[in-house]
Design a protein around this ligand. Structure first.
Ligand code: IPM
Ligand code: MG
Length: 373
């Protein structure tokens, strides 16, 4: 079967890692009809939009997308880099990957963090965690103000706890909202429980902070308890985000599936990645009901551009997740075996692993191993 795959290299090392993954897909005979699309910094600077409409159209006509990496900068820095003719148009930069997730309803960010045998960077060798990060709501929903408009201010002032900020000028106040919906909470929780059930994880840990953030974290935890009743074989653990960071360093082997909201999940997944080797190994799937985007968790690493240096394993594993999504489990298994064997043999090590293996050398070795697997 031929699949239509959108390839979005994005910024920085994105295209290096994407080509590396494509090489592995080619080696195992994956029949992909690839179409490259525009996304990222260059399009922000020259068009004032890092996620052009033509890219949205491209995604709509493909089965799924493999994504490289993106450079995200704060508002003012972004505005300063706009082409001169676009300045003064009040364009505001927002992350195109966050935009894609929202636009395509990719509500679930699945981030497996497993220790591969022989990886010298593992904190321990028995770690096998999967982070489920809510991907379209929460603190990254983009509903925020600075300065705060009068009508918004008035609405906020109806809350007793705003009294403390009474004398703060609108211009001296910035508000970012953390919006949760019951539907959003249930979608991420459902995926987490179903994954635990399917893959035999004994626990699902909901990671929030309901003792302080009563309404949003509270909603997530209450929904988790309710849903947990539908999964009698799986224990629901509730851990606060701060404590979870401590436990993940102290006893990571005790945990299985972790589920959290957008920002906490973002933080948690970098931490979980680091204890099994770092972002060079961390793959991700942004999953919606009818589309999916697969990407390494790492950023665009501008300092390594053009050096053929970064570890391509995160993106190769993302391509493996893509095959799982497409139902090509046999091919997915080949990539998994090739990655595991290459790491275990220990002959090749990219710079993050303390070696000098290049991106292409690592990718070719995995491609050859996958071909033979
Ligand atoms: C990630 C990244 C992105 C995010 C950035 C690049 C916007 O950190 O995928 O984890 O925060 O979601
Ligand atoms: Mg992140």
């Amino acid at each position: 079967m031929t699949y239509r795959i959108a390839l979005l290299p994005g910024d920085g090392v994105g295209s290096d890692v994407l080509e590396a993954a494509k090489g592995v897909l080619d080696a195992i005979g994956f029949d992909g009809e690839y179409e490259y699309g525009d996304i990222g910094w260059e399009f922000w600077r020259t068009e004032g939009n890092p996620l052009p409409d033509r890219t949205i159209d491209l995604l709509k006509r493909t089965d799924c997308c493999l994504f490289g990496a993106i450079t995200s900068k704060p508002k003012d820095e972004a505005a300063a880099e706009l082409a001169p003719e676009l300045r003064g148009e009040e364009l505001v930069y927002s992350s195109p990957i966050v935009g894609l997730r929202q636009r395509f309803g990719l509500h679930t960010n699945l981030r497996p963090c497993k220790a591969y045998r022989g990886n010298p960077l593992n904190l321990r060798d028995d770690i096998d965690l999967v982070v489920f990060r809510e991907n379209t709501e929460g603190l990254y929903c983009g509903v925020e103000w600075h300065p705060v408009p009068e009508n918004v201010r008035a609405a906020f002032d109806t809350h007793a706890k705003m009294k403390r900020f009474e004398s703060v000028a609108d211009d001296d106040l910035a508000i970012s909202t953390r919006i949760f919906t019951r539907e959003g909470c249930r979608a991420i929780l459902r995926d987490a429980f179903e994954y635990a059930k399917k893959h035999g994880y004994p626990t699902v840990t909901v990671v929030e902070k309901p003792n302080v953030i009563r309404e949003t974290s509270g909603l997530m935890v209450r929904e988790a308890r309710a849903m947990g009743k539908e999964y009698p074989g799986i224990e629901l653990w509730e851990t606060n985000i701060d404590a979870m960071c401590m436990w993940l360093v102290k006893n990571p082997q005790d945990y299985g599936v972790l589920v959290s909201s957008n920002m906490f999940g973002d933080i948690l997944s970098d931490l979980a990645a680091q204890i099994v080797g770092g972002l060079g190994f961390a793959c991700a799937g942004n999953l919606g009901d009818d589309y999916a985007v697969f990407e390494p968790t790492h950023g665009s690493a501008p300092k390594y551009v053009g050096q053929n240096k970064v570890n391509p394993i995160a993106t190769i594993r993302s391509a493996k997740m893509m095959l799982d999504y497409l139902g090509e489990t046999e091919m997915a298994g080949k990539i998994e075996t090739a990655v595991a064997n290459t790491i275990r043999e220990g002959r090749l090590r990219t710079y993050d692993m303390g070696g000098t293996t290049t991106t292409t050398e690592m990718a070719e070795a995995i491609a050859n191993a996958a071909e033979e697997a």
